[in-house]
Design a protein around this ligand. Sequence first.
Ligand code: ATP
Length: 362
Amino acid sequence: MSIQVKDICKQFGDFVALDKVSLDFPTGELVALLGPSGCGKTTLLRIIAGLEQADSGQVLLDGDDASGTHVRERQVGFVFQHYALFRHMTVFDNVAFGMRMKPRPQRPSEKQIRAKVHDLLKLVQLDWLADRFPAQLSGGQRQRIALARALAVEPRVLLLDEPFGALDAKVRKELRRWLRNLHDELHITSIFVTHDQEEALEVADRVVLMNQGHVEQIGTPEEVYRQPATPFVYGFLGSVNLFRGRIDGETVRVGEDVLPHEANELEHGAEVVAFARPHELDVVPDAHSDAGVAARITRILAFGVTARVELDGLNGAGGQHFEVELTRERVAHLNLVEGQSVRLVPSRLKVFERNGTTGASA
Ligand code: ATP
């Protein structure tokens, strides 16, 4: 089933939780709603589910306006972060619950229910736990049972709100991969909410970046990571170093220093912020070069084959802190030491007009 949301607005009192959000979720995609706490992800999910009313705008399910359709008729399955399985029921009965609750004509026979529960427990690879009670399961197992329970009513859409949020990092990673594989098998249109960028980038076909009630960017993980449309997206999807300056020909001028910047759609003199990821900056000893921005090394931390070099900006970049990822070999080769004055030279810069969202990369 495809889902479209059109111009959805939602306020709680004076607080604008969603501000004209429009999105398309094509049939069979696994989409992540990603953004910081409070940006409106859960509210949007609840509106799609029919658990919450929008103030204005539409939800279309397979092209039909869903506003008159009750949550039970929307054929959606849910899994929430703290999904409470029924404590007094076995795993088997938990998964069977939705089917047993169906009105008479659609209710499968007990024999059919048995076969279905058995298949679902196999699908989530927990058929050996059918007779246990929820208290006898691990957190990860509970979430997989919750998913089996959601799938039992043959939903055409799966809505997952931070399904693995309460679990420890290792289990989360396993379940992410497992969810991806399960989706590849079932192809149910699925939307999952997360504030964890790694989770979104690793699992989803497409990622919707949300911020303060609106959509900042939609794209494949590769697109949003490699071509962030706004400074917010750039900053949210990884560590960044930031330079404030202005466009001067084919450079960004930071005080007296200059950074090369070939893309020229920004006007001469435009005030900009330029970003580089830690692996996109090189550190060059002062005596070797007058390119780049002046900085002083404050700390060198070496782990395995890589080293993290922390620096304070000097001159035009005074007051700024930087973080650079180099190989240990390069640190040794350049004889870099704490306290040393160096220059920061980017291999790649992403430049945004200040107070605007125009972006350009070099
Ligand atoms: P999180 O990752 O923390 O769950 P979120 O992006 O899912 O955040 P929402 O739960 O959608 O955010 O909430 C968006 C904003 O709306 C928040 O500031 C929240 O406090 C507010 N909000 C949500 N539900 C209500 C409500 N029923 N009454 C008042 N304010 C609400």
